[in-house]
Design a protein around this ligand. Structure first.
Ligand code: AMP
Length: 208
């Protein structure tokens, strides 16, 4: 089994691209951010622990994340590899991942910090189908989302204060992973400051 890692700062478009690549590769998307938000909503022990870290834009402790992944990877849909979105985010997480599955490609979606702030602060999604919109770049149609069950959803951590902490956590704790993966020869850099389709095309090319 061989897996793919989507790597990049918050708001780089990892989730959007993961959904598209899942359609092409058939690999299930595993987003630690989504798993943690579900845990917070369900009020589980993990959710209670993670909530304050997430609200302040800090990384949730490695051992919590590694336990989540170790459990998730045992599900039958993960048997032939998965696509990680937002994991690993630290070198210890990457080391733990290396001990449980092999990674064939790390796709780094690169977007400058000033673009990240404007992207994150205006984004929202459809509570019905999960489609992502943006106040300026991609507003929802006047009559609501095409899925027919429009409920506007904004993430609690998508605000200007938290985004700065999320970015500093990315630069301090996550970006050192780039060297770690570069040394393994599986690191592919993609310019994420372009249209969604162009980025998907480049990712699919890197995966060929
Ligand atoms: P995301 O949806 O990937 O932007 O993640 C939202 C928040 O969840 C992050 O700001 C962190 O607080 C937490 N989180 C998600 N994935 C991880 C991870 N791999 N390691 C540590 N914290 C994480």
């Amino acid at each position: 089994m061989s897996s793919i890692v989507l790597f990049g700062p918050p708001g780089a478009g990892k989730g959007t691209q993961a959904e598209r690549i899942t359609e092409t590769t058939g690999l299930p998307q595993i987003s630690t951010g989504d798993m943690l938000r579900a845990a917070v909503k369900a009020g589980t022990e993990t959710g209670v622990l993670a909530k304050s870290y997430m609200e302040s834009g800090q990384l949730v402790p490695d051992e919590v994340i590694i336990d989540l992944i170790k459990e998730r990877i045992t599900h039958p849909d993960a048997a032939h590899g998965v696509m990680f979105d937002g994991f690993p985010r630290t070198v210890p997480q990457a080391e733990a991942l290396a001990s449980i599955t092999s990674v064939s490609h790390v796709i780094a979606i690169e977007v400058p910090d000033d673009r990240i702030v404007e992207r994150i602060c205006g984004r929202y999604s459809c509570g019905g189908c999960g489609s992502v919109y943006h106040d300026t770049f991609n507003p929802v149609p006047e009559n609501g989302c095409d899925c027919g069950s429009w409920i506007e959803k904004r993430r609690a951590d998508d605000n200007e204060d938290t985004v700065m902490s999320r970015l500093s956590a990315y630069h301090a704790q996550t970006s050192p992973l780039a060297n770690w993966y570069q040394a393994k020869g599986i690191f592919h850099q993609i310019d994420g400051n372009r249209g969604i389709d162009d980025i998907t095309q480049d990712i699919l090319r890197a995966l060929e």
